[in-house]
Design a protein around this ligand. Structure first.
Ligand code: SF4
Length: 350
């Protein structure tokens, strides 16, 4: 074992957190945990991991579930394509592969939603393949150890990181090595205030020698965040309200929300706009206008308002794609977090 690997694994033995997915080599549970933890903090991911394990204890139960059940269980985690891919892949493994997970990184990467990182994690944790995991924690650590000046989000930077990761990877125990390197990046070589004075690698770390640890990894691309103003129409009766299922071209595909228009409008103009956009019959009056609610996604900053209109009875000819949902059933529908927050704030859950 290399001296780097030895120091890393020694550090891990003393400092690792006790997390449930570290006690299993079951590829279903490892896969579940890895998909949940993409773009999610561990504290938040834990409850979802337990929930999924309880609702869908094995790959066949997940495969047999209806997609809306899976999306409902996922509600609040965001990035819903993860849940859809999870479900599609469970179906494929359950039927085409008779419930058997592929055992190599190359074969795992043929599955929907399983990219380089997740394939390496499953292949090394469950089958001992020597395949380095490369996540944000590993990128930060390697960029600092070698003071890499290539931005880590360029092809040159990615290549340099991969070469280093493969060179340093330990042969004897790839599973523990991969867990250790990610844990070290996440707990010790942190983005802000890395613990350099107490670090087993401070003697050889170039960023530390330069006294510039926090300058690494060097970044190039900036995410462009688009601002959106959404105005939601909430048509309600005493029994329920109208919702619609978002189509495939939407940020929230497959989830339910309300009909909406985007843009800057004066409140007084909106009712007329709703009426013409959605061909509403008769005249309507607003019964409530919400405060502005903010919701932040990776590429979007959403400002939303909800305009409630009370109907005496259900519409004879609702707009195409609208669905009347009774208050007692709303909780069964998968919803974007923004809509869930609004329904809670307004006490719509029966
Ligand atoms: Fe990270 Fe500092 Fe250790 Fe270098 S010395 S690996 S920057 S914690």
């Amino acid at each position: 074992m290399s001296s780097f690997g030895k120091k890393l694994i020694a550090w891990y033995g003393k400092n690792k957190r006790d997390l449930p997915w570290r006690h299993t080599r079951d590829p279903y549970l490892v896969w579940l945990s890895e998909v949940i933890l993409q773009q999610t903090r561990i504290e938040q991911g834990l409850s979802y991991y337990f929930k999924f394990q309880k609702l869908f204890p094995d790959i066949h139960r997940l495969a047999d579930a209806h997609e809306e059940q899976v999306l409902k269980a996922w509600q609040g985690l965001g990035y819903y394509s993860r849940a859809k891919n999870l479900h599609a892949t469970a179906r494929l493994i359950s039927t085409d592969l008779k419930g058997e997970f592929p055992t190599t990184k190359a074969d795992l990467m043929n599955l929907k939603g399983i990219g380089d990182y997740t394939a390496s994690a499953i292949a090394s944790f469950c089958y001992g393949e020597k395949s380095p995991v490369i996540d944000g924690n590993v990128i930060r650590l390697l960029s600092r150890l070698y003071a890499l000046e290539f931005p880590s989000d360029t092809p040159e930077g990615k290549r340099a990181i991969r070469e280093l990761a493969e060179e340093l990877m330990d042969d004897d125990d790839p599973a523990t090595y991969n867990q250790a390197i990610m844990e070290f990046g996440s707990q010790h070589c942190t983005p802000k205030n890395p613990r350099c004075s107490d670090c087993p690698f401070s003697g050889s770390c170039r960023a530390f020698a330069l006294r510039e640890a926090e300058r690494y990894p060097v970044k190039k691309k900036r995410v462009v965040v688009r601002e959106m103003s959404l105005h939601y129409l909430v048509l309600k009766t005493t029994e329920g309200l109208y919702m619609r299922r978002r189509g495939n071209d939407s940020i929230w595909k497959g989830l339910y929300d309300f009909p909406s228009v985007e843009g800057e409008y004066e409140v007084k103009d909106l009712v007329a706009h709703f009426a013409s956009q959605f061909q509403l019959p008769g005249s309507f009056e607003l019964s409530h206008v919400s405060n502005e609610m903010k919701h932040i996604l990776t590429h979007r900053k959403i400002k939303a308002r909800f305009y409630e209109i009370r109907l005496k009875r259900q519409l004879m000819h609702p707009h195409h794609g609208w669905l009347f949902v009774s208050y007692s059933h709303i909780a069964q529908y998968p919803l974007p977090r923004l809509i869930d927050r609004y329904l809670i704030e307004r006490g719509f859950y029966a």
